[in-house]
Design a protein around this ligand. Structure first.
Ligand SMILES: CC(=O)N[C@H]1[C@@H](OP(=O)(O)OP(=O)(O)OC[C@H]2O[C@@H](n3ccc(=O)[nH]c3=O)[C@H](O)[C@@H]2O)O[C@H](CO)[C@@H](O)[C@@H]1O
Ligand SMILES: C=C(OP(=O)(O)O)C(=O)O
Length: 453
């Protein structure tokens, strides 16, 4: 892997516990989707608690290309999205967003309803597995869409109004569930979805759609029933807080032996993480407006951890927590069952002094989709190990944050390359690091000044 240019490097001087308070705003995995939902309305929507992250900027750009006006609302972090004059965008302009995020695929249903056609560029997102989108296109075809796959992207059309249908997802995919929701709400008739994902961000998207006039029933056992309506209006909604960012800061507090109050962190959406955090030996205290996470002193405990769909342990929590597990006494086992290649980031931790061995077998209790397919998707972490500063190149979003945590926990200075990737999902992280007393700097610029600039 080659290092990006030097302006994208953070020097991190490790060994100082993170202490203080930071504020986590709306979820990266909800906000851009709620913005896409605004396309379905016949009147403006107001979305509150919107973080300033790159995935939000990408969706804002795509909406504007389609004639949606997006401007500030009355309070900081509020967006007003007006879809009154939705229009076709030039393929070349949309294509400029190719590779930027995973959200463009969710424009399919809303654009087919509004315009009868859609162009979807190549997707981005983290390189943590193949990340196919076959479920998305299978369900869109079931609704009646025609899809023409070409070199530059996917061209879709709906010659007639899309029709509700019966769908069973092969796996409870978050994106495919959202695809169904955003398409079924305006389709003719009833859609019955089984084996749906039920992550808190999906529930929040359902809340948004219900506010717009949709009829959606969440049944037991991953079943969702959507009764299509002829028209939707706008919504006013405060996005649920980012449980993934909150857990990242919690892991940073634990790995650096620190104490961090995460304003905005919500117990309800983090219960599985909190149980695991406690098993590892981390302490937390739940307040009305956030959660305080800290290292109580003494050794941390090795654990067995398996990522899974909600309500299991969220895969996006895995990478930051693994850094804390390098400080636990004994052998921890990590079985990644959601993405086949989400453990590659551990080789850099080994360079820093960690002992992490990867395995192709399913080391957790549950055989997963990857067990027979030769993917290194299980890890044994042997600790505690002292970490030393190193030169690190960020591979993906959560891997990037994990490298920041490792660099902060290590003795000596690390050079972390490619930090801009972290801006895709962590709002203002340089300022937050400064607020927590981290000793880090862009070459020639102390981190507090860099964050302010
Ligand atoms: C922007 C966003 O919300 N991203 C989240 C979303 O990603 P995303 O929606 O892309 O993740 P999915 O839940 O769809 O993917 C889960 C699994 O299903 C597979 N799959 C998915 C779709 C498909 O058409 N075919 C297929 O095989 C994937 O390869 C993966 O192995 O949910 C993931 C699982 O909680 C999170 O890690 C991501 O942070
Ligand atoms: C995998 C992630 O995101 P995305 O789906 O946007 O790549 C993530 O947030 O950790």
């Amino acid at each position: 892997m080659t290092a990006p240019d030097s302006a994208d490097v953070l020097l991190v001087h490790g060994g100082t516990p993170l202490r203080g308070e930071i504020h986590v705003r709306g979820a990266k995995n909800l906000v851009p989707k709620a913005m896409v939902a605004a396309l379905l309305g016949s009147s403006p929507s107001r979305l509150r608690n919107v973080p300033d992250i790159r995935d939000v900027r990408v969706v804002r750009g795509l909406l504007q290309l389609h004639g949606v006006t997006v401007g500030p609302g009355d309070e900081p972090g509020e967006l007003v999205l007006d879809p009154t004059h939705v229009e076709s965008a030039h393929v070349a302009d949309i294509d400029a967003h190719a590779g930027s995020s995973r959200i463009p695929i969710l424009f399919c249903g809303p654009l087919l309803h509004r315009l009868g056609h859609a162009f979807i560029p190549g997707l981005g997102g983290c390189d943590i597995g193949g990340r196919p989108i076959d479920f998305h296109f299978d369900v869109l075809r079931q609704f009646g869409a025609r899809i023409d796959k070409r070199a530059d992207g996917q061209y879709l059309e709906a010659p007639q109004r899309l029709r509700g249908t019966k769908i069973r997802l092969p796996y409870p995919s978050v994106g495919a569930t959202e695809q169904v929701l955003l398409t079924a709400v305006l389709a003719e008739g009833v859609t019955e979805l089984s084996n749906a994902a039920v992550e808190p961000e999906i529930e929040d998207l359902i809340c948004v759609l219900q506010k717009m006039g949709a009829i959606i029933a969440m049944d037991t056992d991953r079943a969702i029933r959507i009764t299509g309506v002829d028209q939707l209006g706008g919504y006013t909604h405060r996005a649920l807080p980012d449980r993934l960012e909150a857990a990242s800061w919690a892991s940073a507090a634990l790995a650096t032996e620190g104490d961090v109050f995460v304003r905005g962190a919500l117990q309800r959406s983090m219960m599985t993480f909190l149980n695991t955090f406690r098993k590892v030996g981390g302490a937390f205290e739940i307040g009305d407006d956030g959660i305080r996470f800290w290292h109580p002193g003494g050794p941390l405990n090795a654990i067995a951890l398996e990522t899974d769909v909600h309500p299991g342990f969220q895969t996006d929590w895995q990478q930051p927590l693994v850094v804390a597990l390098t400080q636990a006494s004994g052998l921890s086992i990590v079985h990644e069952t959601v993405y086949e290649s989400r453990l590659g980031f551990t080789s850099a931790l080994n360079q820093m002094g960690a002992h992490i061995q990867l395995y192709r077998e399913c080391l957790g209790g549950t055989p997963c989709r990857f067990g027979q397919r030769n993917f290194l998707h299980s890890a044994v972490v042997s600790g505690p190990t002292k970490l030393e500063g190193a030169d690190l190149v960020i591979p993906d979003l959560r891997g990037g944050f994990s490298y920041l945590i490792a660099a902060l926990a290590a003795q000596g200075t690390s050079r972390v390359h490619g930090i801009d990737l972290i801006n895709r999902g962590y709002e203002n992280f340089l300022q937050k690091l400064a607020d927590l007393g981290a000793r880090a700097e862009l070459p020639d610029v102390p981190v507090a000044a860099a964050a302010a600039g």
